[in-house]
Write a protein that binds this ligand. Sequence first.
Ligand SMILES: Nc1nc2c(c(=O)[nH]1)N[C@H]1C(S)=C(S)[C@@H](COP(=O)(O)OP(=O)(O)OC[C@H]3O[C@@H](n4cnc5c(N)ncnc54)[C@H](O)[C@@H]3O)O[C@H]1N2
Ligand code: MOO
Ligand SMILES: [Mg+2]
Length: 437
Amino acid sequence: MLNQRKPIKVNEAIERVLNHTSIGNIEYVSLEESYGRFLGDDLIADHHVPPFDRSPYDGFAVRAMDTNDASRNTPITLEVVGEIGAGSVFGGVVDKGQAVRIMTGAQIPEGCDAVVMLELVKEIKEETKSFIQLKRSFESGDNISFSGEDTKKGEVLASEGTYINPGIVALLATFGYKQVPVSCKPKIGIIATGSELLDVDEELQPGKIRNSNAFMVYSQIIRAGGEPIYFGQFSDEFDTCFEQVKKALEQVDFLITTGGVSVGDYDYLPAIYEKLSANVMFNKVGMRPGSVTTVAEIDGQLLFGLSGNPSACYVGFELFTRPIIRTYLHAYHPALKKETAILGANFPKPNPFDRFVRGHLSFENGKLIATPVGLDKSNVVSSLGSANVLINLPGGTRGYEQGMDVSVILLEDQEGTTLEQFLSSGGHTKRRARYDK
Ligand SMILES: Nc1nc2c(c(=O)[nH]1)N[C@H]1C(S)=C(S)[C@@H](COP(=O)(O)OP(=O)(O)OC[C@H]3O[C@@H](n4cnc5c(N)ncnc54)[C@H](O)[C@@H]3O)O[C@H]1N2
Ligand code: MOO
Ligand SMILES: [Mg+2]
């Protein structure tokens, strides 16, 4: 039987998958647990920061007008009528000729409009009173950290779907979020198929290999923001795999299978999709690795049939599953960010399909250099550890030379980009006159 599959363009495949996005609910987690999650709602300042005018220095709060005549030769003297540390408030109103000893972070006392640093005054103590001497004048507003200078009430500080980094955690604490609204993580099932697969703790046996894909995908799901659920590895037997897929679909938002998706005698995923009456969006993509990546849909639920070959599996996940996860998490930028970098080594092998070469991006003298890592074959696992980008080399009849501008997809970036930007950028290469390293 002829098993001809018709490849579609990568962008077309991504668009088909992203026509089936779903957006998750919102839940509340404690502030301590919010790091690494995605905001379920806009974070809006409900008060000014700082909420009051405060001192940025340890020193003395004064009335600037009292210091007008102060100079090196004619110092002026002010009486110190109180002292406050951060957290305390001066009770009275500071009058002409008076000052208040104030510490960093304390609220500026009423009547004062400038702060003089401790180092700039001479302190004079008398029996019951104390004074300071100043040898220069101050302007109203000198050394005051004004209410609202950090952020104003009503400002949107981070929008829904933003990745919560430690800085966002600080903002959440500032605005009193003991519980934080975050988007619920999509539950993503993983099923590994293959009669050759050994468990991680098993000794090698003839013809067998250890299952690495399940654990690789498990961590890719976590990196993308989802919740992996591992259903196990199963031999290439139709009935077992069918039952497992069916059972898993009842428990997850999305399901990933690895292996068994090509045209081999024991590749049962195509038959499983058929028996499930799933709508197969494509089963061949014009890309390397990952050309066999298949995505199907049943009643809105997506099944990602990723390749058994480790590098193909990895790339298939990042291109197709990751943006689905990020969209579910409410991200405005669900796609991975692309950048232009300089190719760090020749890549002479032409290919009619678009390549996604595992690469390492480094900074050299202010330039971004992307260098392929390891063996560029879809069945290799060793190139993945040091890959922080996928170098996107458009298909064609020519190879690529060191020094050319290439588009790279950033794997560790959290900011992301819109789908439109992802699809419209990159894929362009330019020959540089010279490679200035
Ligand atoms: N006649 C053709 N043969 C193949 C084609 C084709 O178009 N025509 N496509 C090739 C391409 S491209 C790829 S990629 C692979 C895809 O194969 P499957 O997705 O069906 O995966 P398997 O056959 O189950 O396994 C392929 C390979 O990967 C190893 N593997 C599988 N699972 C794991 C795992 N969990 N951890 C580590 N390694 C795994 C498996 O042992 C095989 O070596 O098909 C080509 N063939
Ligand atoms: O799906 Mo395959 O990766 O093109 O080798
Ligand atoms: Mg196969």
